[in-house]
Design a protein around this ligand. Structure first.
Ligand code: RP5
Length: 181
């Protein structure tokens, strides 16, 4: 299993081109640096499973060319799943999905104005033909997007499948052994 590609946190969410190395399998992209506090949970989950990945900021609105170029080139670079997070009029996942046939998982960010309902609807309501697998708003969505990406990769990677089974087992054991005050 290849190691995660990025080093320091600050480099993770800055210049995309300089960080493309070691064939990341998952690309985690987000519309703004302000999304990192939520999306770091996707980064941490992928790291926990030893999945090579990269994290970048790019916006469907503020850097449309970067977003389209990145998604159009992702498959050729060896990326197998893209996780796209955005808030508000959250078009990022849909725009990315329009430029690639890779599976795209959307994570709606919790917004100040509408508590993430705007992000959720903008991400989930894709017209037929260009699918985006939309996860929950905020941190649970970030974690589940990573787990979903891992499940996709695990179909053809027995070592990852074993890790996922062990994770589920540990999770179940926690519930079974939970005691109430
Ligand atoms: C979206 O706008 C981002 O994904 C973010 O969730 C939201 C607000 O961005 P900032 O104004 O904090 O940069 O594009």
């Amino acid at each position: 299993m290849p190691k995660k590609t990025n080093g320091s946190k600050s480099s993770k969410i800055r210049s995309p081109k300089s960080e493309i190395r070691n064939s990341p399998l998952v690309a985690v992209i987000m519309g703004s640096k302000s999304d990192w506090e939520t999306m770091r949970h996707a980064d941490e989950t992928l790291t926990e499973f030893g999945v090579a990945h990269e994290c970048h900021v790019m916006s469907a609105h503020r850097s449309p060319q970067l977003a389209s170029e990145f998604s159009a080139n992702a498959a050729a670079r060896g990326v197998e799943v893209i996780i796209a997070a955005a808030g508000g009029a959250a078009h990022l996942a849909g725009v990315v999905a329009a430029h690639t046939i890779l599976p795209v998982l959307g994570v709606p960010m919790k917004s100040d104005a509408l508590n993430g309902m705007d992000s959720l609807l903008a991400t989930v309501q894709m017209p037929a033909g260009i699918p985006v697998g939309t996860l929950a708003i905020g941190k649970p969505g970030a974690i589940n997007a990573a787990l979903f990406a891992i499940a996709i990769l695990a179909n053809s990677r027995p070592d990852l499948r074993t890790k996922l089974e062990e994770f589920r087992h540990r999770q179940e054991q926690k519930i079974r052994s939970a005691t109430l005050p």
